[in-house]
Design a binder for this molecule. Structure first.
Ligand code: STX
Length: 324
């Protein structure tokens, strides 16, 4: 835990060694980058949101002498273009992009790592391409069920963060607050630019303020940048009104139960995660007993909570031994 001297820290700052762009459809081009050791164990690190974009900290869970670290910005966000684009932007487009990138980089199999929406996408990738997946390291499990969406965007988290919740709902008139997802979706995809940016700021700020046990004062700086919040809010809301583009509610858990038996995995989840409650990690562990579940007693959702960093770095080190 964070007071313990044996607590693992992030590896020191790692620079991207090689970057590039890949055209993945008539509409989209994605930014990708590679760091660490060219001969290392390949790891694909998938960012959250959807729509959050990659950040340099995501490289730092991995020993750069042992890993070939690969990141990309998912469709419509980060340095991928066009920015904030929702056309041809689904879970299965992103899974296909990961495959295109794997082939482009000449990778045979890789470890897949992701937190929050990154865990959803990692699981979606693994059930579709199990033969390309060495193992999964997941944090803040999110299965995009109606119940998880309802908890965070309608009622549940509202009980723990009533102060931040008031700011979240503020752009929506009272008579539309019975279905916040629909109310936000209309504004985020409508023609009124003012309404769109007001909705995007409020939507993103809600998530920024509830991420960490440190509380509402601690939201990361990019949650105050308009380009970031526009893509983040629009892409998240688009994926959530579409149920993650899964066949039915609960589909991903069912697939994990069917397809992931025998696959090595580590799940790290904060006990006081308010964005994606622990119950999904618990259900996943039951469906996929090969995965180790680590519940961090003093952590919220953020990947940078000290107890979460410690367990993720240990998991990455453990996988480096296992797969070298
Ligand atoms: N969205 C959860 C998620 O994946 C419901 C997420 N939340 N914040 C982030 O991702 C970033 C900090 C990566 C932007």
């Amino acid at each position: 835990m964070n007071t313990n001297k044996n607590c693992r820290r992030l590896y020191s700052r790692i620079e991207a060694r090689r970057t590039g762009r890949l055209r993945v459809s008539d509409v989209h081009e994605i930014y990708w980058e590679e760091s660490g050791s060219p001969d290392g164990i390949p790891v694909l690190a998938l960012h959250g949101g959807p729509g959050g974009g990659s950040s340099p900290e995501m490289r730092r869970f991995f020993n750069p002498e042992k890993y070939r670290i690969i990141l990309f910005d998912q469709r419509g966000c980060g340095r991928s273009t066009p920015h904030s684009e929702l056309r041809e932007n689904t879970t299965w487009d992103l899974v296909a992009d990961a495959e295109k990138l794997r082939e482009h980089l000449g990778v045979d199999k890789w470890v897949v790592f992701g937190g929050s929406w990154g865990s959803t996408l990692s699981l979606s990738y693994a059930v579709a391409h199990r033969d390309r997946t060495l193992g999964l390291i997941l944090r803040g499990i999110f299965l995009i069920t109606k119940s998880e969406i309802g908890w965070f965007y309608q009622e549940g988290a509202s009980r723990l963060f009533p102060d931040a919740y008031d700011r979240y709902v503020s752009p929506i008139p009272e008579d539309e607050r019975g279905d916040l997802l629909t109310a936000f979706h209309q504004r985020l995809t409508g023609d009124d630019r003012r309404a769109r940016i007001d909705a995007a700021r409020a939507w993103a700020r809600w998530e920024g303020e509830t991420l960490s046990l440190q509380g509402p004062g601690q939201r990361p700086p990019r949650f105050d940048q308009d380009a970031f919040v526009d893509a983040f809010a629009r892409i998240e809301c688009h994926y959530f009104v579409n149920g993650g583009f899964f066949e039915k509610d609960g589909w991903l858990l069912e697939q994990a139960r069917e397809k992931l038996q025998g696959l090595p995995g580590v799940i790290v989840h904060g006990r006081y995660d308010v964005v994606t409650p622990l119950s999904s990690a618990w259900a996943l562990k039951k469906a996929w007993p090969d995965a180790e579940l680590h519940i961090i007693p003093d952590a919220g959702h953020s990947s940078l909570e000290p107890g979460i960093v410690d367990k993720l770095v240990r998991a990455a080190d453990q996988f480096a031994e296992k797969f070298s």
